[in-house]
Design a protein around this ligand. Sequence first.
Ligand code: HEC
Length: 185
Amino acid sequence: MFGNKALKSTLFISMLTLAGLTLSLQANAACDLVSTKDNSPLKIKVADTDSADAKTFLATCKNPYTAKYAADAEAAKAGRKVMTLNGCTGCHGGNLGGLMAPSLVKNGGTGAFDTKWVYAKDATDRGMFETIAMGTPGTSGGVMSTWHAQLDNHVGDGLSTDEILKAVAYIRTVYKGDGEKTWLK
Ligand code: HEC
């Protein structure tokens, strides 16, 4: 009697696990990310702790925070917080206008790369996520390190998918250009 019950619940749990696995595999398959650093596939998995928005991104390559922050300056502060807490502003400048790293705003700085994205793919949320997640090869003269917590050799504790998406959406609220730095595609 006991054995039968235990077997049933084990089966039930296995079925749940299988369903969960199928779901996360599907989510991964939908948005195939590629490293900006070396064009290798970026294997970012859905984590149990991921927000619904992070899961949406990994399934669709669309960053839900971008529209939310564009409509709500108060909400966008969460993205700014990710950037100040993790030292992004230390290199890119407090107003993201460029410092020892390229500007992330239109005509922010005076460097060779400060009137356009160093990496043209940063015009899309997906591309900018790829740039921040694994870092860069150094086209502008400096290299940016790997940030995503799931990737090897990341900075400090690393950032979650959610935190990177928030940073990207915040950058979009600061850069509203129509110049050489192409706006969100
Ligand atoms: C130690 C300095 C440093 C820190 C800290 C840093 N970056 Fe960078 N970042 C750079 C450099 C240098 C580049 C240019 C890389 C290149 O040319 O390959 C860059 C490039 C970028 C780009 C691409 C810009 C373009 O024009 O295509 C983005 C986006 C970016 N960083 C976002 C961030 C975010 C978000 C953080 C914080 C999580 C961050 N950076 C932290 C140095 C830094």
